[in-house]
Design a protein around this ligand. Structure first.
Ligand code: PLP
Length: 416
């Protein structure tokens, strides 16, 4: 890390004895043990996924595009079988027809919850876009519109009471999202699932796995979660999947989800006119990408902490997702940070981020996202709700060298 940071400082023309230069070198030293641990986790996943491809006898014929109904699509079938094995579920749906993480989560919620059923969010408010799915923003066609009841638990006691009162499903969000809550560890998810199952074995545990994939050695489906959903333009797409979402879980529930995704009886439909190579190769490289993203996050945490800014999590705290929050404390600093990140992106580096009211969000947000895949957040990007305490959320980083280079440059602009 020290050599990498030394090289990047040179490239940036920042002297090692300047405020930012010295902090960057110190940060590089401090994060080294964490970087080693991240590298080890990535290596384990890398080996595991490579061996899975072998077990499923993956070959280039599986990459072929399919059209029309997509009947007998071996590329899709093998991809879904590999995915289920990698995540520890019985079955999976991995499709370009799932357009976002929210779509994947919405399919799970809609498949399990019937009119009159109670859905419980285990840890308070869900991610902004999921609120619209549940019906908290008055959207037509939401679960609420179909008569699904909803409540939020805060802590185990409230969760137990909600499940005792007959909840059909419990929603567990792994990442903290834009909230102050920390990301859950897989062990914490296991604990929540066992609490729910201890009260009612039939209550379905649905995990929003966005940003969490491959951060730890196990996934929520390894520890009892019934349905787990996420986006392919985040961690598990490895920056290569051009679109898509996934759902992994118990076979009988995956059947229900497929009935919502397509129509009942049509689970075996679904072509990929662009083929499957990007999805396989993306999954294969994903642990490496998640490792690079985590290294970028840890370094950023330590650098900004050394420069006197509050950060969540700290560099040496356990991580459940790839998100790093940095409290910049002022609107101007926040926008300057985002401008610098955007200016150092591989794509759209000539544009400046502007705060806007993005669909599905309740307040102004500003984003720096110069990504190859539109909106991809496994690629290095930063976004922020433009309001106090002016925290910026960093995520992604296919190349730690790129992410760290941009973050040091942003620090320089903010500190001087
Ligand atoms: C990204 C994300 C989602 C889904 O977002 P999409 O933009 O629809 O993919 C849901 N929950 C969390 C915690 C997320 O980070």
């Amino acid at each position: 890390m020290e050599e990498l940071v030394g090289t990047l400082l040179e490239e940036l023309g920042i002297r090692p004895d300047s405020t930012v230069g010295a902090a960057a070198i110190q940060a590089a030293r401090d994060v080294q043990p964490v970087v080693s641990a991240i590298t080890a986790t990535a290596a384990k996943w890398q080996v595991r996924i490579t061996q899975l491809f072998k077990r499923h006898r993956l070959s280039s014929e599986h990459f072929a595009p399919t059209t029309g109904y997509g009947y007998g699509d071996r590329g899709r079938e093998v991809l879904e079988a590999v995915w289920a094995d990698a995540f520890g579920g019985e079955a999976a749906l991995v499709r370009p027809q799932i357009v976002s993480g929210t779509h994947a989560i919405g399919l799970c919620l809609g498949a399990v919850c019937r009119p009159g059923d109670l859905l419980v969010s285990a840890l308070g408010e869900p991610y902004e876009t999921v609120k619209s799915v549940i019906g908290l923003t008055g959207q037509r066609g939401s679960l609420a519109d179909y008569g699904v009841r909803y409540c939020e638990a805060r802590g185990e006691e409230e969760l137990v009471r909600a499940v005792e009162s007959g909840a059909a499903a419990v929603f567990i969000q792994r990442s903290g999202g834009y909230s102050q809550r920390r990301a859950l560890s897989v062990a914490q998810i296991a604990r929540l699932v066992s609490v729910v199952k201890g009260v009612n074995q039939k209550t379905v545990c649905i995990v929003d796995n966005c940003y969490g994939e491959f951060v730890e050695e196990l996934e929520p489906s390894h520890v009892g979660a019934d349905l787990v959903a996420g986006s392919l333009i985040k961690n598990p797409g490895g920056g290569l999947a051009p679109t898509g979402g996934y759902i992994v879980g118990r076979e009988e529930l995956i059947q229900l989800v497929a009935a919502r995704l397509v129509v009942p009886g049509s689970r075996d439909l679904g072509p990929s006119p662009i083929g499957y190579r990007h999805f396989y190769q993306g999954l294969w490289i994903a642990p490496q990408c998640v490792g690079q993203a985590l290294i970028t996050a840890c370094f950023s945490a330590r650098l900004f902490e050394l420069l006197g800014f509050p950060v969540r999590p700290k560099f040496d705290e356990p991580r459940g997702d790839i998100i790093q929050a940095i409290g910049l404390g002022a609107r101007e600093r926040l926008l300057a940070f985002l401008r610098e990140v955007q200016a150092r992106s591989p794509v759209d580096s000539h544009v400046a981020p502007e705060p806007w009211l993005m669909p599905g969000y309740q307040h102004e947000v500003a984003m720096a996202a110069g990504t190859f895949v539109q909106g991809s957040s496994i690629e290095f990007s930063a976004d922020a709700p433009v309001m106090a305490p002016y925290e910026v959320y960093l995520q992604g980083g296919l190349s730690a060298a790129h992410g760290i280079w941009a973050v040091i440059a942003a620090a320089k602009v903010i500190v001087s």
